[in-house]
Write a protein that binds this ligand. Structure first.
Ligand SMILES: [Mn+2]
Length: 311
């Protein structure tokens, strides 16, 4: 049986669409669009990522924290790559839809849709089209936001991601700006914090490349790192620390990455001191999160690393 037929049979049942923890807009967008078709609760093990709060607000999505999957007839796990990402919410029986290059959830799944493309939202879009599902603006915003997130605002992506995004805009009478708006920081306080981070940034030049490093008082290091990158940095690094919590984000210019065979996520994974937390990302963007550690020591280690690599 095609997975779309399985999905169709869930309609009207007691359904849960479960996202990975720290659910991003790809997970939430996919969960929302799917839940609108089958009728389902949306759940997350512990929390939704900060950058996705605006999407939750826009679509008025209720997300259950730590739902009990055993209380549902059908559970569909979306955008999760491994059981670890589901924590205590890991269901015994589940279907899955995912796009991550490595997926260890599929082994124990009842079945699902797996294709290592750019986003889960484009897979859900495929399914809903197969099912002749109705679309509306809200479903469009959810799916488009997911694609925008996982292509890092189209800094990467396969042809289907670009194509699906355009098709979603057309079908749902949306504009690019309406989706983009979900990502622009429009709170004055947040913009002020980004300005402050830019003004306080230290600039190093190694081998002709500009490395900008700063920290920010609000927990939006990704936006600040992006802002420093857009100012002209070849490497932009922004950290945030509050209590035990340490967050660092880094953008790398593609030309630099290619010239020096650098991978941003790999740099974080091998950075002295970063074995205390979790590093993720891809070639041109890296994130780091830990409970504990000294932000300024870590930032210095990053500077030292680029001095060694480029200087
Ligand atoms: Mn994803």
């Amino acid at each position: 049986m095609m997975f779309s037929e399985t999905i169709a049979k869930m309609k009207g049942g007691q359904n849960l669409v479960l996202c990975h923890d720290q659910a991003d807009s790809d997970a939430i967008g996919a969960a929302y669009a799917l839940s609108r078709f089958i009728g389902a609760d949306i759940g997350v093990p512990q929390a939704v990522a900060t950058h996705t709060h605006k999407l939750l607000e826009e679509l008025q999505i209720n997300v259950l924290i730590g739902p009990d999957p055993s209380r549902y007839e059908h559970v569909v796990v979306v955008d999760a790559a491994s059981p670890v990402q589901l924590g205590k919410s890991l269901p015994e029986r589940y279907w899955f839809i995912d796009h991550h290059p490595i997926n260890t959830l599929q082994e124990n799944a009842l079945g699902g849709l797996y294709d290592p493309v750019s986003s889960t939202c484009q897979l859900v879009f495929r399914l809903l089209k197969e099912l002749d599902a109705p679309f509306d603006r809200q479903i469009g915003i959810a799916l488009a936001a997911g694609i925008m997130t996982d292509t890092i605002n189209f800094h990467k992506g396969d042809p289907e991601a670009f194509h699906a995004f355009g098709e979603i805009l057309a079908r749902c009478a949306l504009t690019y700006e309406e989706v983009q708006r979900l990502y622009i920081v429009d709170e004055r306080h947040a913009r002020g914090a980004i300005c402050q981070a830019a003004l306080a940034a230290k600039k190093y030049t190694f081998g002709g490349y500009h490395v900008l490093v700063s920290d920010i008082e609000t927990n939006i290091p990704t936006f600040a790192a992006r802002a420093l990158f857009d100012l002209g940095a070849d490497v932009s690094v922004v950290g945030f620390a509050k209590g035990e919590e340490v967050e660092i984000r880094m953008y790398l210019r593609q030309e630099l990455a290619e010239m020096h065979h650098l991978d941003a996520a790999e740099q974080f994974r091998t950075m002295p001191g970063m074995d205390q937390g979790t590093a993720w990302g891809y070639a041109l963007f890296a994130g780091y999160r830990a409970k504990g550690g000294d932000l300024h020591v870590l930032l210095q280690n990053i500077v030292k690393r680029f001095e060694d690599l480029l200087g």
